[in-house]
Structure formats: C-alpha cells, structure tokens
Write a protein that binds this ligand. Structure first.
Ligand code: F6R
Length: 238
C-alpha cells in the first residue's frame, strides 16, 4: 500500500485529480469507479479545471459509481446520480450515457448493475472514501460481506453522518444499493482518499489493523495496487 500524505486541501485535491488525469492521459478509454460524499468533491472540482485547461478529456472514458440510496427519486437533490451530474459530469466531456450510477428505484437494480459491471470488464481505477465505521461503498461492517452489487441496510452511524445533507435524519434513506466488496477488489488500481481528524482512527485500523469484515476497508490490505491519499489529520495515527 502506497501512502501519500499531503499538507493542504489543495494538495489533497490535486493529488487525487492528478492520479485520475494521468490514467486518462495514458488510457483515454479508462473505466473509472467513482464515489460520492464529501471527500471527492474537491477532487472533482480539480478535474473540471484540468478539463477546462485542456489537460484531460473524458470523451472516451466511462464511469461506474459505487452506490445509490434506495427510494430517492433520481432528481432528488441528495441522489447520488444528481450529485455526480452536478459535481462532475455536467462540467466535463464525458458522454452521459457512459456514466453509470446504480438505480435506487428498481427491485432488479442490484442484479442489473452486477450484469452491467460484468459486461464492462475490469475497472481501471476505483476511487474510494471511507466511512467512520470502515465501510467502503456502502459495505457496512458485518459478519459476512457480499461480492456483487446488493442492497444493504445502512448503519445508524452512516445515516447520522449523512444526515448533514438532509433536513432531518428521518429523511435519510434506510437502505442503499452498493457495489460489493468483490467488485471493488477486482479493480486494477484503488485510490482511497480520506481527510480530517475524524477519519484518523479508522484509517489506521483499515491500513494497519487486522483484516476483518468488521472493518470492510481493511480488505484493501489484500489488494496489490492501492494508493492512499491522506491529509495530515487523517494520517495522524499511522
Ligand atoms: C460514497 C461512498 C461512501 C463514502 C464514505 C465517506 O459513494 O461510497 O463509502 O465514501 O461514506 O464519506 P465522506 O467522504 O462524506 O466522508
């Protein structure tokens, strides 16, 4: 595991965006696995800048997002489809039909997304954030984890963390559809990003603690090509 500690928010975003941009420069048809949440927002902003400067193009790229809430309409302000359109896709040259976010409104969504991912082949680079409980995607700590895309019940901690985007915790969906651990670990390269002191403990557990389904991010220790980008605070316990 290659750990990069950066000194500022700007460096954090530039480093993440830089890794994605160099992949696209060497492989314009790259298949990107993308994440939502607070962590990648600045990375996406930086990618938009790089696109505007002509440094990078997404014209032939395609993307698969990790997860989506169950039960929110696609145009709900907090749906992950809308998040991705607003933060990234609307501002770059990726054909929108090349972008994929699982549907949170179809009973067959998990199966369909699994099939779609199988057809797409290997993801070249999977961007990940990490939850305070060690979740990646919405694979919550559990006795058993699932390989393919599936529906999960969100942990209370996850709903609390994400309540900041909703007007009350009651409005945070109870379930989500998420890419499974199997698919995530099949990516050629994984880029895990975390910032802030509140992530320090889980980052240390994930990268240095025992490999256990009770900390899904610890399974990244089994992957041969992981890059971790941390700010000083999130890397504080390493
Ligand atoms: C988002 C996702 C989640 C987040 C994690 C961290 O698509 O899959 O695993 O990456 O909850 O969220 P933030 O970045 O908001 O701290």
């Amino acid at each position: 595991i290659n750990i990069i500690k950066v000194n500022s928010e700007q460096q954090f975003n530039e480093t993440g965006a830089g890794i994605i941009a160099s992949l696209l420069q060497s492989n314009p048809r790259a298949i990107l696995g993308l994440a939502t949440g607070g962590t990648p927002v600045g990375v996406y902003q930086k990618l938009v800048e790089l696109y505007r400067e002509g440094v990078v193009s997404f014209k032939q790229a395609s993307s698969y997002n990790l997860d989506e809430y169950v039960g929110l309409p696609e145009n709900h302000p907090e749906s992950y489809r809308r998040f991705m359109n607003e933060k990234l896709f609307d501002h770059i040259d990726i054909p929108i039909e090349n972008t994929h976010v699982p549907s949170g409104n179809s009973e067959k969504a998990a199966e369909e997304y699994t099939r779609l991912l199988e057809k797409a082949g290997q993801i070249d680079l999977q961007l990940l954030g990490v939850g305070h409980n060690g979740h990646i995607g919405f694979n919550e700590p559990n006795e058993n984890l699932h390989g393919p895309t599936h529906i999960v019940e969100l942990d209370e901690l996850t709903r609390q963390a994400n309540a900041r985007y909703f007007s009350s915790i009651e409005e945070v969906p109870t379930h989500a559809v998420t890419m499974g651990i199997g698919t995530i670990l099949q990516a050629k390269q994984i880029l895990l990003m975390a910032k802030g002191a509140d992530k320090a403990e889980i980052v240390a557990k994930a990268l240095k603690g025992p490999i256990t389904t009770q900390c899904p991010a610890s399974l990244l220790q089994t992957h041969a090509n992981v890059v971790v980008v941390l700010d000083q605070a999130a890397g504080g316990l390493l």
